[in-house]
Design a protein around this ligand. Structure first.
Ligand SMILES: Cc1cc2nc3c(=O)[nH]c(=O)nc-3n(C[C@H](O)[C@H](O)[C@H](O)COP(=O)(O)O)c2cc1C
Length: 191
């Protein structure tokens, strides 16, 4: 058993505010490859990832903000400014979607979503193990069809599941108090 690996899993925590450097190409390749080891009923590989980097990040901010406004959702000017200044520093966003293969009726949609979530979890853990911080967000117009569609995830064929921001934490990542697992675990011993 690798104590180091376990300690990494135990110490993972999210950090929203990240800056460059983000992972280099080799690190990013390994990070994304960990997603391929997620549990996956029927080997459907439903997860899809779209990388958004460099100048594409402010363009995504423009696209998401105009999509949110076009959908008639409230967006206070200070919230818009905060979102833009957060994204201005983020070196890498990974947009996450679950592909719905309508020809497969055996594996229910929620199992595909769970597999995609497990794939994201592997990426979050890999980022942490490589010394980066990451944060899963369903902000930035995740639930606005026009935004998901703008990223290529039309709502007929995909469930858009948000963005993973990855980079170097801007300030020291605070330890997260974690609950005792015993609050969430019981044992069933038969009727
Ligand atoms: C599917 C999903 C979507 C999330 N979306 C947001 C979000 O939009 N905004 C936010 O502040 N936190 C969001 N979070 C929570 C953060 O990613 C993070 O998990 C949380 O801040 C707790 O930090 P921890 O991961 O260190 O426990 C989301 C988490 C999940 C699993």
């Amino acid at each position: 058993m690798s104590e180091d690996a376990l300690n990494y899993l135990l110490s993972r925590r999210s950090a929203k505010f990240v800056q460059a450097p983000g992972p280099n190409d080799n690190e990013l390749a390994r990070m994304l490859q960990t997603a391929m080891s997620a549990p996956d009923h029927g080997k459907l590989r439903p997860w899809r990832f779209t990388l958004i980097r460099g100048d594409a990040i402010p363009r995504l901010a423009d696209m998401a903000i105009s999509g949110i406004k076009a959908a008639g959702l409230p967006l206070a000017p200070e919230k818009e400014a905060n979102t833009r200044s957060w994204l201005a520093k983020v070196p890498l966003l990974i947009a996450v979607a679950c592909k719905l293969d309508h020809s497969n009726t055996k594996i229910p949609e929620h199992e595909r979503m769970l597999a995609t979530g497990a794939a994201v979890s592997n990426i979050l853990n890999a980022a942490h193990m490589m010394g980066y911080a990451a944060f899963w967000s369903t902000g930035l117009g995740t639930y606005v069809d026009e935004v998901a569609g703008g990223l290529g995830f039309d709502s007929l064929d995909y469930r858009f599941m948000g963005y993973i921001a990855v980079g170097t934490p801007i300030s020291a990542v605070q330890d997260q108090p974690r609950p005792d697992y015993r609050e969430f675990v019981s044992e069933w011993q038969g009727a």
